[in-house]
Design a protein around this ligand. Sequence first.
Ligand SMILES: [Zn+2]
Length: 254
Amino acid sequence: MEQPLDILAFGAHPDDIELCCGGTLILLANRGYRVGAADLTRGELGTRGTEEIRAKESLAASKILRVCVRENLGIPDGHIENNQENLLRVIRLLRQYRPRLVLVHHWEERHYDHVHASHLVAEACYYSGLAKIETGQESFRPFRALFYAGRVAFHPSFIVDISETFAEKMQAVRAHRSQFHRGVEEETAVEPETFISTPYALEVFETKARYYGAMIGAKFGEPFAMREAIELRDPVAFFREFPDTRLPHLFPSP
Ligand SMILES: [Zn+2]
């Protein structure tokens, strides 16, 4: 049996993971954890790009994310239904990779694919632990599902400091070349412009990361929500790890 993943991120479309939790995944891969990513759809309804182009871009982005696994469940874009067939697809993946933690869209989102993905994956995490749901695999339940932010803001349960990986995260985002702005010379008039293909969108992503970073005194951050409260065994030891001030970290002496 292959070694379990420490963390597996799910996204509705091929660029969601990079945008919403890419900095955290790179940070964890740098720490030596086994990190995986799974896209539910091939993003074929996207205004720009094709299924084939998006698959190639995903591969390039995965190398930057340094994930050891990138799967695509092939659920039709725009039809992420929370039905038995799709639940079983996600359950099979969870039982195959047995991740300790799962990341997925927050349940309140603007795009309904993201809302449905959130419910589908969270439910699959629960039902995957029931032995009588048969897939020919051993039952397995991830310890926790963590929900990441897209367009709709929420009060985070915690924020990950991604200052050291923000630049690489944005490289992984830009690897989805058909979707995002590539610079004035390269931008062709062939494909229609969308919100995320404008230079403004890249500024928005940066502003968001700076906003959540500011909430913890870091340059850049990615927020996560949990349904359950976080249990601490030793609050003194937990908080000892953090510096009293972030200033030396932000402005290191030359
Ligand atoms: Zn999406």
